[in-house]
Ligand binder design. Structure first.
Ligand code: SF4
Length: 917
């Protein structure tokens, strides 16, 4: 047993604050806790969260989560006392006051595990990292460095540990194969297992999906399958069966795409059931791909480790380096980096470790052959199945270069989100933040800015020294880019002192938006985003747009010219151009192409100001704000129908596309709507339709309760209703809100009350914890409840008792944005304006309801706290689920009875409604 110096341990929750000082634990005031933490290092779990509970944001100490991240990088941990206890083999604490003693005991056990020569898979590199962390004054360093014995031999450093990718010959085109129903059925049985219960509809579903893999009959017209499979059909294995078979037999790749990262992670786990391939080589068959901004960039990490980061960010860089050595694929967002790690450092530095700004220098990078992103790109070209997301599939189809292979067989799970994904992928924004990014990409670091970012000239230094024309184009682009916004642009624009034509444009946009803002609207008054349609622009805006267009045109010309020069140099093949140089120039051509497209798009948008309207697009001006603070300003353009570019870039080149979801028809059972939102009409495809109802017995498993006595706008009553319902369900509640400010107001009123009843309440936009981790915590603790907004409506998969009550604050009406109004107007033109709105709301209700019952033995209640719920929208719920309108009192009783808890006694307490006694 190792001897630890006496360290106090601190735990703070909404119910109170407790301090353990070696002998005993006692309740302390917040002030005492903060003072104690300031004078001596205290053990705690999640410093930002503890600090928030104490009302002292800068709290620091010996955070056991940081210790975990150092000792066991890339290992999953639910960051709660219960999660920690289970991870180290202790009993979870029964009472909050037991937590500080648990922290002390867990610290001893964790350090004991790594002392001496105890088996510890992550030992390599730990001693060296501990020394570096000591120099950075990491609070754990003295304890850790003394516990880990010095290795006898020098340790391999991250950059020598990581494997290199090998170049492989391009894969031949997939063979045309026809899958038989027997083969698909057999594969499905193999995946579900011999003893699996037969799921009605699953086999038919697998056969329907299989039709998407038949050889294509017409060029530019893929086989399309729209398959709606109710929850419980077993969709995932249902499509993995034909997909894996086709990949094996044809030698091609199937891209399975999801909308949420949660489903991507779940799918990755499901593919472990796939049988070993005939070749026996399993590695690399299944590859998870995300956008490059999700992955650790080794060059950025090296820069951070070598002094680019200071203070706490430098400690994060060391922990990230530990993790990178053990990570499966370097995915920092939703991969095996604990989602809670960046938030411990208040996100300070984590985004700078990824390649967010497209500054990759490809073959010019010393880590190119070990790069996580390049590994993924290459692996996906040879994989059987690539698990990606909608946005990445669309970007790859549009850009091609990064994918290594353009997807031609695709299954879009969560297919009801194709419209939204296409809407954001094919949108265009000319804002201050976008424009300054372009400036930095062209010019590189300016003034006092640090980092290794390099401009075009530095990235293409070998070209400039070889080709005079190319060098001149780079210089002209650099010169033209100085007209783009620079550092502090927001301050200048909001202060009325814009500099240069683009900043002047932003200033004109801003005054236009404020001039047209309607006072009295909630978002205007509360300091959230403002927008206005691009119509009837005033003279200042028209003039600013013309000047900005001239400046952008002056930038576009040299960018295009440089692209042509680079192509010519590639064709000439000079002596100095070895493989890496060629790859670098190819990379530069591709990224120049995207930037040139971007600037062309901006020019088209500017031409619209004072020019003719383009009926294909919806244009507006916006000032983005958060609680009154402006953070971006500019112009936006979306397609009126984003499935048009989706059809053109994704569907047309594809051979087989399957869109599937439990709510593909948006809860209203209307196939033409589903087809229109899939893009099929734009390529003349006649999709195969398939539907299989959920096998669940909703009549007995679920109920929908519409509470009729909560007055709209009465936050006190709303909060009291949430509290009482959560108490009735004894936790296990997911609360969904359409406005962050109401979510916060409700949380602030009920968190303490629930904590005193041992019912922890977590909330997005309140707790300093990322959404994925919040869901992990919610899933792990049967008494926890979670409040959130849109992202939780269909990104949460919590089967079992952890989610037994779902409460919506009201009808999820669409936000009255310029874009929504334009689409509604277009639908009205076709005779269906209100139907358009209703279909969107039904879809949201159906998606939310879908969170509740995930398994045949789940039970739960779905409560809507709004008397204004129109009956016409209730068809969003399964036909046989009982739907009742009732008072809150009755709802509380119904919920507790359904879930088998004793009916809470209630009495009336003034304006906040009912209170438990
Ligand atoms: S190749 Fe690009 S993304 Fe990869 S490590 Fe190097 S700079 Fe970063």
């Amino acid at each position: 047993m190792i001897a630890l110096p006496p360290l106090p341990a601190l735990h703070a929750s909404h119910a109170g604050v407790w301090l353990h000082d070696g002998e005993s634990t006692r309740a302390v005031s917040r002030g005492e806790a903060v003072a104690r933490a300031a004078e001596t290092p205290v053990l705690l779990l999640n410093a930002p969260l503890t600090g928030q509970r104490l009302g002292y944001g800068d709290l620091s100490g010996l955070d056991l989560l940081e210790l975990w991240a150092f000792l066991f990088p890339a290992r999953f941990l639910v960051p709660t006392p219960k999660g920690l206890a289970e991870a180290v083999g202790l009993s979870p604490p029964q009472r909050e006051q037991d937590v500080p003693a648990l922290l002390s005991e867990a610290t001893r056990l964790l350090l004991e595990q790594v002392a001496g020569d105890a088996p510890w898979p992550e030992r390599e590199g730990a001693w060296t990292a501990a020394q570096s962390l000591h120099r950075l004054r990491w609070s754990w360093a003295p304890l850790v460095a003394s516990a880990i014995p010095r290795p006898e031999q020098g340790e391999r450093w991250l950059f020598s540990r990581l494997p290199e990718w090998e170049e492989e010959a391009p894969r031949p085109a997939p063979r045309p194969v026809a899958l038989t129903p027997e083969e698909i059925g057999e594969r499905l049985s193999g995946l579900t297992g011999a003893n699996a219960e037969t799921r009605p509809g699953q086999r038919d579903y697998a056969l329907a999906v299989g039709a998407g893999f038949a050889p294509r009959q017409h060029r530019d017209r893929p086989n399309m399958v729209l398959a709606e499979a109710g929850t419980g059909i077993g969709k995932t294995l249902g499509y993995l069966a034909p997909a894996s078979l086709w990949a094996e037999q044809s030698g091609g790749t199937v891209w399975i795409s999801t909308y949420t990262k949660a489903l991507q992670r779940q799918l990755d786990a499901e593919t472990l059931r796939l049988p070993d391939p005939p070749t026996g080589k399993r590695t690399g068959r299944i590859v998870v791909r995300k956008g490059r901004e999700n992955y650790l960039c080794l060059l950025n990490l090296e820069d951070a480790l070598q002094g680019g980061f200071t203070g706490r960010a430098a400690i994060l860089a060391q922990l990230a380096a530990r993790w990178a050595s053990y990570s499966k694929d370097g995915d920092m967002v939703g991969g095996d980096l604990p989602g809670w790690l960046p938030t411990l450092f208040r996100r300070n530095g984590s985004t700078a470790l990824t390649d967010r700004r497209g500054e990759c220098i490809y073959a010019g990078c010393p880590h190119y052959r070990k790069c996580f992103i390049e590994h993924g790109v290459r692996a996906s070209a040879h994989a059987d199945i690539v698990i990606a997301n909608h946005a990445l599939v669309m970007i790859n189809a549009a850009r091609g270069r990064e994918s290594g292979n353009i997807p031609t067989r695709m299954i879009f799970d969560e297919g009801h989100h194709i419209f939204d994904a296409a809407d954001s992928t094919f949108a265009l924004a000319l804002t201050g933040q976008e424009a300054i990014e372009l400036r930095r990409w062209v010019i590189g670091p300016e003034g006092s800015s640090r980092g290794r970012r390099r401009g075009l000239a530095a990235r293409l230094a070998d070209v400039t020294s070889y080709d005079g024309e190319g060098a001149r184009a780079i210089e002209q682009a650099r010169e033209a880019a100085t007209s783009l916004p620079s550092d502090d642009w927001l301050k200048r624009v909001t202060g009325g002192e814009p500099f240069g034509p683009l900043e002047k444009l932003l200033a004109a946009c801003r005054s236009h938006v404020f001039a047209r803002a309607e006072d009295g609207k909630a978002d205007v008054d509360a300091g959230y985003g403002l927008e206005t349609e691009l119509a009837e622009p005033d003279g200042d805006l028209v003039e600013a747009a013309m000047e900005a267009a001239q400046a952008l045109d002056a930038l576009l010309r040299p960018l295009n010219h440089l692209g042509k020069r680079l192509e010519a140099i590639l064709a000439e093949g000079p002596d100095w151009m070895d493989g890496p140089a060629r790859a670098r120039i190819e990379g530069a051509i591709a990224s120049l192409g995207w930037r040139a497209d971007l600037v062309s798009g901006w020019l088209a948008m500017l031409a619209r100001i004072g020019g003719p309207n383009d009926p294909d697009f919806v244009d507006w001006l916006a000032v983005d704000r958060y609680e009154g603070r402006e953070y971006d300003i500019g112009l936006h353009r979306h397609w009126l129908d984003p499935t048009r570019p989706f059809a053109q870039t994704v569907l047309k080149p594809a051979h087989g596309v399957v869109l599937t979801s439990a709510t593909l028809r948006g809860g209203d059972g209307h196939w033409p709507t589903a087809e229109a939102r899939s893009g099929a009409p734009h390529v003349g495809a006649a999709p195969i339709r398939f539907e299989a109802a959920s096998p669940f017995d909703y009549a007995s498993q679920a109920e929908v309760l519409i509470v009729t006595d909560i007055k709209r706008g009465d936050i006190g009553a709303l909060a009291a209703a949430y509290a009482r319902l959560i108490e009735a369900a004894q936790g296990g509640t997911l609360g969904l809100f359409t406005a962050i400010r109401r979510l916060r107001a409700v949380h602030a009123r009920i968190a303490d009350r629930l904590a005193r009843a041992s019912l922890p309440l977590y909330a997005q936009h309140v707790d300093p914890i990322d959404t994925g981790t919040l869901v992990d915590i919610f899933r792990d603790d049967m008494r926890a409840s979670l409040l959130g907004t849109d992202a939780l409506r269909d990104g949460v998969d919590v089967p079992g008792h952890s989610l037994r009550l779902l409460v919506m604050e009201g009808v999820p009406w669409s936000k009255p944005t310029v874009l929504h109004a334009a689409r509604k107007l277009a639908a009205q033109g076709q005779g269906g304006g209100n139907a358009y709105d209703d279909a969107l709301i039904r879809a949201r209700l159906a998606q939310a309801f879908g969170r509740l019952i995930r398994r045949a033995d789940d039970r739960g209640s779905f409560v809507i706290l709004s008397a204004a719920m129109p009956s016409r929208l209730l068809s969003a719920f399964p036909a046989n689920v009982p739907i009742r309108r009732m008072t809150l009192d009755e709802a509380v009783i119904s919920v507790s009875e359904r879930l088998g808890f004793a009916t809470p006694l209630v009495h009336q307490t003034g304006e906040s409604g009912m209170k438990q006694i």
